[in-house]
Design a protein around this ligand. Structure first.
Ligand SMILES: [Zn+2]
Length: 162
């Protein structure tokens, strides 16, 4: 994790993999987090998406499955066209994301997700693999979580009691 990334995540209230991760600093009138990142002001959820998935193609926007504009949990973000986003806002509550199963967002659907099934044993294993220098992306794949979640577990932002 670079210093820019560390600085960014330190301003996000990182919680469990299924929870919203609100931006804790300045917000726009519409409730979007405003982050300074690599010398530019950018919406915080776009930075969160970029850090987890890489660059965002020009005409695409990062949408919230959770309808919480300041949320920076990469698991709640999906990439769509502006048309998708407008349709999503028009039909709130309907699953329109091509990428994300909305039923996995608990406060939207009240269901359990596979993502919740990270166990204490998995947390211990993730930390020891990170400590031995294994790449976040590889570990993330093995456990079916995002690289940011691997970081959050290794840095004890979540699962502090383990
Ligand atoms: Zn959220």
């Amino acid at each position: 994790m670079t210093r820019d990334e560390e600085r960014f995540w330190s301003k996000v209230q990182v919680a469990g993999p299924l929870d919203c991760w609100p931006w804790m600093r300045g917000k726009s009138a519409r409730g979007y987090g405003q982050a300074k990142f690599r010398g530019k002001t950018e919406r915080s959820h776009r930075v969160a998406y970029l850090l987890d998935n890489g660059p965002i193609a020009d005409r695409l926007c990062v949408c919230h499955a959770c309808d919480n504009p300041s949320c920076c949990n990469p698991g709640h973000l999906w990439l769509g066209t502006h048309g998708d986003n407008n349709r999503d806002m028009a039909a709130k509550g309907r699953a329109v994301s091509p990428k994300l199963d909305h039923s996995k967002i608990p406060h939207a659907r009240g269901e359990e997700s596979n993502l919740a099934k990270i166990t204490a044993a998995a947390v211990v294993e993730i930390r020891s693999r990170r400590a031995s220098g294994e790449r976040r992306g590889l570990i993330a794949k093995d456990f079916g979580i995002s690289p940011t979640h691997v970081w959050a577990i290794a840095a004890r932002k979540v699962w502090r009691h383990v």
